[in-house]
Design a protein around this ligand. Structure first.
Ligand SMILES: *Cc1c(COP(=O)(O)O)cnc(C)c1O
Length: 400
């Protein structure tokens, strides 16, 4: 079968909810992936930061095969010998007290909403069904009904209502707007430290610190969605560390499994998680021994291989290199660690043609919205590989 045959199959039998580039991948190793025609690409998307450890990391793969042949799923009706160790190692690494394990990122977000609401009713004393959660304009927190209900993206929302109530939207990066939006019924503020899907939107310096102070002062829970920014992507283990703060609830997912399996978690560093009692929340696959074992090794690889430090170093080198290219029609080059974006002026004619041209030259990335390209390679990337990316980007943007 050739590339077009696979594409035809997807088009004939698959739901039409994605518009992928027409490359059909069959292998991956580190930052490299290979398509069915044998062409190699440097992956500058990393499955939206789910493969921070690189494709098919050998240590994680070994854990997968070992654990898979021993025990995969018990349900939480019984205990397993991986879950407690996963909890302990994750808490020690992230300075958290409690973990709630789930599978997809959206489930972690839904879980946080439930926990924060329950805390609001049982601890803060908000009247029944009156809890409000404040979120930000241009957020991306996933695709469930309640989450798309508070999205400001038309394509995500339109045609899917009615939506659950209790969410209030404010501008991103504006601490005063948060202060103004808080009412006696506010139970939480949920925000991405850097907005990923919106195009790597970095808030003003001091924003998270001020947000932390406001939440503490007003007795509301700060929920940081670090599903994309977390686990090394921005050059710190968690992006909150850039401002020296700690959220009440931190959501992680994506790279928690190194791309092998859906694993997400709600981390809680206050007693908010203790509002949950048996029977009130759960997931058949959440916390299963295969997921727990994979997550343990995925975390260990991040630490043992110095991937957080490498993200900081290579990110700086990558961003400097982009500036040196001096590409035309660029509005802004921005990034933190290996979460990097170029935003083009409208006269560049949209980012998509650049993305296609880069793929032809062996670099995979994806435009986000119309005018922005995100570059987020696996954190194992070397200087030589960044040089390769910069060469391709330079050639394409300078029309060579
Ligand atoms: C990807 C993402 C999610 C959703 O994760 P899924 O695993 O796709 O459900 C939530 N929040 C942020 C910030 C994300 O980047």
């Amino acid at each position: 079968m050739k590339t077009q045959d696979y594409i035809d199959l997807e088009n004939q039998y698959g739901a039409n909810n994605y518009a992928p580039l027409d490359v059909v991948l069959t292998k991956g190793n580190g930052v490299w992936v290979e398509d069915v025609e044998g062409k190699r690409y440097l992956d500058c998307l990393s499955a939206y930061s789910a493969v921070n450890q690189g494709h098919c990391h050998p240590k994680i793969m070994q854990t997968v095969t070992e654990q898979m042949s021993k025990l995969t799923l018990t349900s939480r009706a019984f205990r397993n010998d991986q879950l407690g160790l996963f909890y302990k190692e994750l808490c020690e690494l992230t300075n958290s007290h409690k973990v709630l394990p789930m599978n997809s990122g959206a489930e972690a977000v839904e879980s946080a909403i439930k926990v924060v609401r329950k805390w609001g009713y049982t601890v803060k004393g908000v009247p029944e069904d009156q809890a409000e959660i404040i979120v930000c304009d241009s957020n991306f927190h996933g695709r469930t009904i309640s989450i798309v209900g508070f999205s400001s993206d038309e394509d995500s929302r339109k045609g899917f209502g009615p939506f659950p109530q209790g969410f209030v939207t404010i501008p991103f990066g504006d601490a005063q707007a948060l202060r103004d939006a808080i009412t006696p019924n506010t139970v939480g503020f949920m925000v991405e430290p850097i907005q990923g899907e919106a195009g790597v939107n970095i808030p003003p310096d001091g924003y998270l610190k001020e947000v932390r102070e406001i939440c503490t002062e007003k007795n509301i829970m700060l929920v940081l969605d670090e599903i994309q920014t977390g686990l090394g992507r921005t050059g710190k283990l968690l992006a909150e560390e850039h401002e020296g703060i700690e959220a009440d609830l931190t959501l992680i997912g994506k790279a928690l499994s190194g791309g092998f399996y859906p694993v997400s978690a709600v981390l809680s560093n206050s007693e908010v998680m203790d509002v949950l009692n048996p029977g009130e929340h759960g997931s058949t696959f959440g916390g299963n021994p295969l997921a727990a074992a994979i997550a343990r090794t995925s975390l260990k690889v991040l630490v043992d291989e110095g991937l957080v430090e490498n993200a900081a170093k290579m990110g700086e080198y990558f961003i400097e290199g982009l500036h040196r290219l001096e590409p035309p029609h660029v509005k802004e080059i921005r990034g933190r660690g290996l979460m990097i974006a170029i935003e083009f002026e409208p006269e560049a004619g949209g980012a998509k043609p650049f993305v296609k041209a880069m793929a032809k030259k062996g670099l995979l990335c994806k435009e986000t919205h119309t005018h922005t390209i995100r570059f987020a390679p696996p954190l194992v990337i070397t200087k030589e590989e960044v040089d390769f990316a910069l060469k391709v980007i330079g050639e394409v943007l300078n029309g060579e």
